[in-house]
Design a protein around this ligand. Structure first.
Ligand SMILES: Cc1ncc(COP(=O)(O)O)c(C=O)c1O
Length: 428
């Protein structure tokens, strides 16, 4: 039977039929689903654990570390950042030699922002948006401080309550004064996908550099970094790449500019001959200069295996399912949640929507608490009123989406959320 998007009014049986005909349904069995009654809508924040990860790490610990000891560096560890990077490159339209898996997303952004500001002396502006992940903005603010407050951070604002940005508004900010345009490819609250090609071209027209944060797109949304001549990207290993909590992140530097750019962290792994132990630093040729120190081999090994799995599935098949599951979520929202005072916090147009759907409610903070405590549903709350529902194409089933929406509806209809505090806790 050919796959058909389930009818949102048809109930659980239609969702189960969709699962039975979904070409990617089997992938869910390759992950640990410890408690099948949990509806997990947070794979965009911490991806589920692939079943083979435990087995693989067991091997790495016992064979590569315990038996191999320091010889591991000569048996593939040393090359791991570039090797894993080349695998991630296949998901983002990049040829080999331009991606390394290393450090955290934040540290990689810092390295790229500092490199960009050095490479564009005399320019006074960084352009970003008010939808960006705040930590990215903090890093840009920190870089501005380190450059002696010579730059200003220009933020374009949304005209539709933080769902999208009008690209004309953004383009109007990009001028000959712009050193750098730095944005999230998919925004963390609404899931809006920027037109990366168009904004990159606009930045280049005025001589600026671009850095895209792929944290919410890598492994879910395809892109063509080389063909679009993107300068730099950074991205996260623990969301749709399923590398595990705090997994190494990655960065891409276009081969055309690698040798012009300088990392602000002059560590030995980025030195041209680390084992010569020269007292003076000289950068490695190419992408390697953006490494700083010793890679975390256990977590890098876990990431490598999950990336292998994703590359095997193929990013286009993943994107096709992502568009269908987010569409189904929105149809269920229209049928069951919109009448209860929710509004949609994500684009309706699937071509500009990533793999999470935000639904907004004035009591969203309390609803989120009730869902976790009483309904076995794990979403994320994002201020001021977003329940962010992350749908991970490898692991989220149609039935899971149906149950999730049903439990959200049930929570609000029965007023379960009303007993939870509206006062924000420092850590949620
Ligand atoms: C869009 C985006 N950028 C950057 C980060 C920061 O990542 P890290 O804390 O791993 O450095 C996150 C974390 O969730 C994120 O969502």
């Amino acid at each position: 039977m050919a796959f058909q998007l389930p009818d949102a009014r048809a109930g659980l049986s239609a969702a189960l039929t969709a699962d039975a005909t979904d070409p990617l349904a089997n992938l869910r069995t390759q992950f640990v689903i410890a408690d099948p009654s949990i509806v997990y809508f947070d794979g965009n924040s911490l991806g589920r654990m692939p079943a083979m990860t435990a087995e693989h790490l067991h091997h790495v610990i016992h064979t590569e570390w315990a038996d191999g000891l320091i010889r591991g560096w000569g048996r593939g560890w040393y090359e791991a950042p570039a090797r894993v990077g080349d695998k991630i490159a296949q998901l983002i339209g990049a040829a080999p030699g331009q991606v390394i898996a290393c450090d955290s997303t934040s540290v990689n952004l810092y390295k790229c922002v500092m490199a960009a500001l050095h490479a564009r002396p005399g320019r006074t502006q960084i352009v970003s948006d008010a939808l960006n992940f705040p930590s990215d903005l903090y890093i840009m603010q920190g870089a501005i401080a380190q450059f002696g407050h010579r730059h200003t951070l220009q933020l374009v604002h949304s005209r539709d309550h933080e769902i999208t940005v009008d690209l004309h508004d953004l383009e109007a900010l990009i001028t000959k004064e712009t050193a750098l345009v730095s944005l999230s490819h998919v925004t963390f609250k609404s899931g809006f996908i920027y037109d990366m090609q168009r904004i990159t071209a606009k930045a280049h027209e005025v001589g600026a550099l671009v850095i895209w944060d792929l944290s919410h797109s890598v492994g879910a949304v395809p892109m063509l970094l080389d063909a679009w001549n993107v300068d730099m990207v950074i991205g996260c290993g623990y969301k749709y790449l399923n590398g595990g909590p705090g997994a190494p992140a990655f960065l891409y530097i276009n081969k055309h500019i690698q040798d012009e750019l300088e990392s602000p962290i002059w560590g030995w792994f980025g030195q041209k001959a680390p084992f010569a132990f020269d007292l003076a630093y000289a950068p490695a040729a190419g992408i390697g200069r953006f490494l700083a120190g010793t890679p975390p081999m256990l977590s890098l090994s876990a990431l490598e295996r999950s990336v292998d799995m994703i590359v095997d599935v193929g990013i286009d098949a993943i994107r096709a399912k992502s568009m269908l599951i987010t569409e189904y979520m929105i149809q269920l929202y229209d049928a069951h949640l919109a009448p209860l005072g929710f509004s949609l916090g994500s684009p309706r147009d699937a071509t500009i929507r990533g793999s999470h759907v935000s639904i907004r409610h004035p009591l969203g903070y309390q609803i989120n608490q009730a869902l976790i405590a009483e309904q076995n549903v794990i979403p994320d709350f994002r201020e001021p009123d977003n329940l962010r529902l992350g749908l991970s194409p490898l692991t989220t089933s149609y039935a899971e989406i149906w149950h999730g929406v049903d439990r959200i509806r049930d929570t609000v209809v029965r007023g379960l959320h009303l007993k939870y505090p509206a006062t924000r806790k420092a850590v949620t």
